[in-house]
Design a protein around this ligand. Structure first.
Ligand code: NAD
Length: 418
């Protein structure tokens, strides 16, 4: 992680890059570069030993021109006001590129959850849900999981909200487990959109995915599912890494067996079909056709980018390239499918979960996957049309041109109040 990059400034420069190609007034663009509101709150929670501890928490509601605010809640020591603002802005443009009727939001608590018990985390989460209660709602702001939060935290937030409101409203939050109103296909959705987008890019570039070799950085939810699905499409996964190191086999390995090994031992390292242990940097710079960064932001900086040889990058992680790395890769003619499209499967199936909650009806996994496929392919086509029409050098700029234009259009069509 490169510490000196302010993610909020990165977001704003991405919007400016897109705005340069759009016939949208500077005054409207200015609106689209700032959150509508940010809640900053201090949560005081009783620990198991009876002591009290204060935790700072945020919720940013960036833009609601296309629908209710939507975005995850992160528990991490590096959470900051600017990070939450940036992540909430990226959600606006992610929802816009896949054309789902949401704005963007994001929340976070400054905490290392590994240092706390489940009961302490439950009290903290319910305390945050109580603070969020006036802001969230099925038609107002719908949180979801993010780094270090999952179904358990979503279920607590839903229960707290429903108890305080004396109602039953599972659509107030997404990413729940199935028994609490979650959706089939949600767990696989981010990896699935990452590989659908990669398949479309290979097709667009006239490259054969079945001949392709693939490296995956980060073997968590997004990474390992992407590895499994790209293997099912016929590509060969030759390398993978996690925070402990990486594995390599030029003939390919079974992504499911590598995941089983990680589940048993805590890491992919030591997996029996690996012929060589490699570093995380080796995985990122390996001679492969497709690279899937699926760990954390800023994994590839300018120096590392000069050594990246993959033809296509599909960004499962949020912000895995620094802006300078992005420029280097653009000059190297690497086709980068931006995060706001590649990993949009998560929020898209969250949207399907919300629709099912409102319908009080559950869809089959097949239906979820089919609807996801349609939205991701449509988004990729919109990106490519814009990329060609404006003769752009960077697919990321094309994605932002599509997304910023859609949000600006929604704002201008509605007019402003008061
Ligand atoms: P996760 O915690 O399940 O997995 C993260 C993986 O990255 C782990 O295997 C970890 O060991 C590995 N990792 C961490 N640091 C690393 C390093 N320096 N080198 C190599 N590997 C490293 O998280 P996830 O849900 O898979 O999310 C991964 C990324 O995808 C994040 O950027 C997240 O914001 C993004 N994302 C996830 C979803 C989702 O639905 N899960 C949706 C959108 C975006």
């Amino acid at each position: 992680m490169v510490a000196d990059i302010n993610p909020f400034e990165s977001l704003q420069s991405q919007i400016d890059d897109a705005a340069a190609h759009l016939d949208v007034g500077d005054d409207v663009i200015e609106r689209l570069k700032h959150p509508e509101r940010v809640l900053e709150t201090n949560l005081t929670v009783e620990l198991d030993d009876g002591e009290l501890e204060r935790f700072k928490a945020f919720r940013s509601q960036f833009n609601g021109d296309r629908g209710p605010y939507k975005g995850g809640i992160r528990y991490h020591p590096n959470v900051s006001r600017d990070e939450v603002k940036a992540l909430s802005g990226w959600m606006v443009y992610k929802c816009a590129i896949v054309d789902i009727p949401y704005g963007g939001g994001k929340g976070g608590i400054i905490i290392d959850p590994d240092d706390y018990s489940a009961s302490e985390l439950e009290r903290l989460t319910r305390s945050f849900a109580t603070e969020l209660r006036p802001l969230i709602g099925v038609d107002r702001d719908i949180p979801a999981p993010d780094v270090n939060t999952g179904q358990r935290e979503m279920n607590w937030i839903k229960d707290t909200y429903e108890t305080l409101e004396n109602t039953t409203e599972p659509g107030v939050i997404t990413g729940k487990n199935i028994a609490s109103g979650g959706s089939e296909g949600r767990v696989e959705a981010t990896g699935r959109s990452t590989v659908i987008a990669a398949r479309e890019a290979f097709d667009y570039l006239d490259k054969d995915l079945e001949d392709a070799t693939v490296a995956v950085q980060g073997y968590g939810n997004a990474g390992w599912i992407a590895a499994k699905l790209i293997d099912e499409m016929g590509a060969t996964v030759v390398a993978a890494s996690d925070s402990s190191g990486g594995i390599y086999n030029p003939d390919g390995f079974d992504p499911v067996a590598a995941r089983d090994h990680k589940n048993e031992t805590g890491s992919v390292v030591g997996y029996e079909d690996s012929v060589e242990e490699v570093t995380n940097e080796d995985v990122l710079t390996m001679d492969v056709d497709l690279l899937i960064p699926a760990a954390l932001e800023n994994a590839i900086d300018r120096d590392l980018a000069t050594d990246v040889t993959a033809d296509v990058i599909s960004e499962a992680a949020n912000g895995p390239l620094t802006p300078e790395a992005d420029e280097v890769l653009q000059k190297q003619d690497t086709f980068v499918i931006p995060d706001i499209l590649a990993n949009a499967g998560g929020v898209t199936v969250s949207y399907f979960e919300w629709v099912q909650n409102r319908q009080r009806f559950s869809w089959s996994e097949q239906r979820v996957n089919d609807e996801l496929e349609t939205l991701i392919v449509d988004a990729f086509d919109a990106l490519v049309d814009t990329y060609e029409m404006y003769d752009l050098d960077n697919p990321r700029t094309a994605a932002y041109v599509v997304a910023v234009d859609r949000v600006a259009d929604a704002y201008e069509e509605a007019g402003s109040f008061p």
